[in-house]
Design a protein around this ligand. Structure first.
Ligand SMILES: [Zn+2]
Length: 305
């Protein structure tokens, strides 16, 4: 049985909110099977905000959730870490509206989950298996899911900047490939946008400690963690945003120049398109006729660095 998971014991960390600049305490606590992931605002009477597409709130530069006017912001990096490690059920306590930004990547959350330990529960996990393509686009921004035997992501980006005119990567997402190739990739921003953000009261906690900042010709940080760290971070964001579906996905996600607004609109669309998927209990459903005729491992999913 592919069992649902939670954490073995509770664990806490302290960080700052990227936009508010405020100090935040984050605590991950074990939860029972079929509980899902729920944020709990300890500063607001333990009000809970389940991490589901139904609770999507403000989508500006990060993904926010809201329930009964209680908000939780910048959830995507933590959610990407949870779905990739296979944590289905969890209480995430926060004493502030924002999940701490940590170093701008998902790596500190992977570390935190491993420190807490993973606990297998006695209930099978359900996966959302794509059986027909689903796609949406806005202008030249596109995102789609196609049937596949695995969860893999192909992402491409292009900007009017010498360092990232075009980057593209395909990764078959497993716990290991996510931790090694995607989780360490940091969020990025352009120096020319930073002042604008600050004037609007955003990115007040932002610094070279938690974001890659692109100047006119290069990055202000000392070094990149990967040559194509930018597109890897977009893959991270997409995985975190799609986690709001509530089930791990089995399918091939293909996105071009998308962002949080399109990722989250797509999560809502997927849940509406019930004919395009079904819930299965094992990641590889051998009895599926839909799998026949598809190349099993036709694409070199893990490209060399
Ligand atoms: Zn991000």
């Amino acid at each position: 049985m592919d069992a649902q998971r939670s954490v073995r014991r509770q664990i806490s960390c302290v960080g700052i909110g990227l936009h508010s600049g405020n100090k935040v305490n984050l605590t991950l606590k074990p939860a029972p099977a079929d509980f899902g992931v729920r944020f709990r605002r300890t500063d607001l009477g333990d009000h809970e905000v389940p991490a589901t597409a139904q609770n999507l709130g403000g989508i500006q530069l990060a993904t926010g959730l809201a329930s009964n006017e209680v908000a939780v912001e910048t959830v995507e990096h933590l959610l990407a870490a949870l779905v990739s490690v296979g944590i289905d059920n969890l209480i995430v306590e926060l004493n502030s509206p924002e999940v701490p930004i940590m170093d701008g990547s998902a790596a500190p959350f992977i570390y935190l989950i491993h420190e807490a330990g993973v606990k297998r529960l006695q209930t099978p996990r359900k996966y959302l298996k794509i059986v027909r393509p689903i796609a949406i686009s806005r202008g030249d921004k596109r995102i789609a899911l196609f049937p596949s035997d695995h969860f893999k992501v192909t992402y491409s980006i292009s900007y009017d900047h010498p360092l990232l005119r075009h980057q593209s990567r395909t990764v078959r997402i497993t716990e290991e490939s996510f931790a090694d190739e995607i989780a360490p990739a940091r969020t990025f921003t352009f120096l020319k946008d930073v002042e604008k953000l600050r004037q609007n009261g955003l990115a007040l906690g932002g610094s070279l400690e938690n974001a890659i900042v692109l100047g006119e010709t290069g990055v202000l940080n000392n070094a990149l963690r990967f040559e194509d760290e930018f597109v890897r971070h977009k893959i991270l964001d997409a995985i975190g945003d799609l986690a709001l579906i509530g089930y791990p996905v089995i399918g091939h996600l293909v996105a071009h120049r998308a962002g949080h607004a399109l990722h989250t609109a797509f999560a809502v669309k997927i849940l509406e398109e019930t004919h395009a998927w079904r819930l299965v209990e094992a990641p590889v459903d051998i009895a599926t006729p839909a799998a026949v005729g598809l190349p099993a491992h036709g694409v070199a999913a893990r490209l060399a660095n």
